[in-house]
Ligand binder design. Structure first.
Ligand code: C2E
Ligand code: MG
Ligand code: MG
Ligand code: MG
Length: 290
């Protein structure tokens, strides 16, 4: 192992930076090919309703199945796609897939609730975003009533009038709107009042140590009460264990997303998951109710 110290450390750091920069360049050019080679795959993570004891929706999460790199998680290429404009094709590809799958699953009788699609704020802030979405929906003859669009608070930071108008247009088309990673952005309360949002997704950073941290528990509780008071649905992200599920259920958050329910799955595995009895989840939530 190389000891990084003194004069050498700067040199080693330089080489490291060179590697990182050239790897970013590689990803950038590979990504262009990846989109046309259909190497992007969509995984789906189910959301569980602890009062209904059933799956109540799914989130579409993109992965890059690269022949050289293997399965690449979105955190490693979304930021690059956002820098070089590829994010437009990427988000629209995932939305197209979701529209097609929603219709397929509905016909098969396995669609529960909506499929949620993440929309980069870069796309949402384009003047023609709603028009582009509308064209795609027409192209695949999709039904917006089966799709939820997930925005982050960064998407709300442009002109309030435009944001408000876009959200209302999308809702008129039949989409529902969720505010993702809630609690990590700016002026959350104002956004809830200003915009016609259907759902907030409590960021994983609050759920992560909810059983250990009184502070995280209190913040989460306030978000849940706020959402309930405004008749906005609330989902907790990143629920990994039964204690977290129990605490959230008792606090009045009944929609849970996380590894406890299921990891994001490729379509074939999701179908197997849906067929399987999810008895252990029923037990967890029945225990919480009694
Ligand atoms: P997100 O929208 O907040 O999605 C939730 C992330 O949490 C996903 O990471 C999911 O795999 C992960 N997760 C779910 N349950 C658990 C859990 O119990 N524990 C832990 N540790 N993690 C959990 P993923 O799939 O790596 O995606 C990361 C982010 O990439 C997403 O965060 C979203 O911001 C972005 N992303 C993914 N797909 C798309 C897309 O199609 N378009 C855009 N613009 N962004 C996307
Ligand atoms: Mg999301
Ligand atoms: Mg999130
Ligand atoms: Mg996130």
């Amino acid at each position: 192992r190389v000891k990084i110290s003194g004069r050498n450390s700067a040199l080693i750091f330089d080489h490291l930076m060179d590697d990182i920069t050239s790897d970013q360049l590689n990803i950038e050019s590979e990504l262009v090919a990846a989109i046309s080679n259909r190497e992007l795959v969509v995984f789906y993570q189910p959301v569980y309703h602890t009062q209904h004891h059933s799956i109540s929706g799914f989130e579409a999460l993109v992965r890059w199945q690269s022949p050289v790199r293997g399965l690449v998680p979105p955190d490693q290429f979304i930021p690059i796609a956002e820098q070089n404009g590829l994010i437009r094709q990427l988000d629209f590809y995932v939305l197209e897939q979701a529209l097609i799958k929603a219709e397929e699953w509905r016909q098969q009788g396995v669609l529960k609730g909506r499929i949620a699609v993440n929309i980069s704020s870069i796309n949402f802030q384009q003047a023609d975003f709603v028009e582009q979405v509308s064209q795609l929906v027409n192209k695949v003859n999709g039904d917006c009533n089966f799709i939820e669009l997930e925005l982050t608070e960064t998407a709300m930071m442009k002109g309030a009038d435009l944001v408000s108008k876009n959200i209302d247009s999308l809702k008129n088309m039949g989409f529902s709107i969720a505010l993702d990673d809630f609690g990590t952005g700016y002026s959350s309360l104002l956004h809830l009042r200003q915009f016609n949002i259907d759902k907030v997704k409590i960021d994983r950073s609050f759920t992560k140590e909810i059983e250990l941290s009184t502070q995280d528990r209190n913040i989460t509780s306030v978000i849940i009460q706020l959402a309930n008071a405004l008749s906005i649905e609330v989902v907790a992200e990143g629920v990994e264990n039964e204690t977290q599920a129990y605490i959230l259920h008792v606090m009045g958050c009944f929609l849970l997303q996380g590894y406890l329910v299921s990891r994001p799955l490729p379509e074939a595995q999701l179908m197997m998951f849906l067929e399987k009895e999810i008895e252990y989840l029923k037990k967890v939530t029945e225990k919480a109710e009694s």
